[in-house]
Design a protein around this ligand. Structure first.
Ligand SMILES: [Zn+2]
Length: 315
């Protein structure tokens, strides 16, 4: 179903100077001046009266929950599921999952010992389908799946940096790249907040402590990655980059605030990553233009005071 069709069925539409932009009565503030602009190319909306804004996924979810998000046909622009049409990056030649019955990996002991040291157990290694390929010696190959659970990309975890052959999987624009995927996205549901971490181990340690998490495989979030989260109906996001990444965190929070109802930030102390700490101690709601500086442990009281100001319980 096209967004224009949904608008025509539900609103009295005013045209704007742009062919794919419409003005409607804002379903949030109901201001009679029809100050809510819906852009069907950028797939975003904004009310200039009350400030309500976001992606068209959010618009439908919030104001037209009777419509199935999957039936929504958005324009294939920067904020659409462009990456759906890319070619999956096949697992490397000779890939075999650890503990597979057919083949015992020659690196099994070293790899598994490394993963155990990093806090994984047998079930998790099997569950994530981690394995080994001769092409990436001294590395663990981690399959990465799309929202439907299909493997579309892979990443590697390096056991020994001195011995590892560098993994550079970019082939061409037609293939899935790092910016089109989120590690663990196939296990996410919109019921609670999802933590965005940099690395795979950070993500897994969040999952181990009962949180929902995905790994960005970097310090930035792309439009395609945002799209993946929106397509699942996510409304609450917690940014949890490595310690000291204050600028990257705020940059990301500012971007995400346009699309998600609740954005939290975790500013971890320098040198720490999500594996080391109880993240709930560091979780704060993001408020635009209100900058908080890197909390040191001694500032905990201040943080708690700050948190108590907000009525929304932190999960
Ligand atoms: Zn409004």
């Amino acid at each position: 179903m096209k967004i224009e069709h949904i608008l025509r069925n539900n609103y009295r539409i005013m045209n704007t100077a742009k062919a794919h932009e419409f003005r409607i009565k804002c379903p949030s503030c109901n201001n009679v001046k029809q100050k809510c602009y819906v852009n069907c190319i950028k797939n975003v909306y904004r009310c200039w009266h009350c400030g309500e804004s976001g992606s068209l996924y959010k618009f439908i979810r919030r104001f037209h929950s009777e419509i199935d998000l999957k039936s929504l046909e958005l324009e294939k622009t920067s904020m659409s599921i462009k990456s759906q049409f890319k070619t999956p990056m096949a697992l490397p030649e000779g890939f075999a999952p650890f503990f597979s019955t057919e083949r015992e990996s020659p690196m099994l002991d070293a790899c598994v010992e490394y993963l155990y040291e990093r806090g994984l157990n047998y079930d998790m290694i099997k569950d994530y389908g981690m394995g080994y390929s001769r092409r990436f010696a001294h590395q663990v190959v981690v399959p990465i799946r799309n929202t439907m659970g299909k493997q579309v990309y892979f990443s590697t975890l390096t056991i020994d940096k001195k011995l590892a052959f560098p993994h550079n999987p970019s082939i061409s624009d037609n293939y899935f790249s790092k910016g089109d995927i989120l590690f663990n996205i196939n296990r996410i549901s919109p019921s609670t907040v999802v933590y965005l971490t940099e690395g795979i181990f950070d993500c897994i340690s969040c999952v181990k402590s009962g949180k929902q998490a995905v790994a960005l495989l970097g310090k930035e979030i792309t439009d395609n990655q945002i799209e993946l989260l929106l397509s699942l109906g996510m409304t609450e996001i917690a940014i949890c980059l490595d310690g000291g990444e204050v600028t990257s965190t705020y940059k990301m929070a500012k971007k995400l605030k346009r699309y998600f109802d609740y954005v939290y930030i975790c500013l971890l102390p320098e040198g720490k990553d999500p594996n080391d700490l109880d993240l709930t101690d560091y979780l704060l709601p993001y408020i635009e233009d209100l900058k908080l500086y890197l909390p040191k442990d001694k500032n905990k009281d201040l943080l708690n005071k700050f948190k108590s100001i907000f009525k929304k319980p932190l999960t």
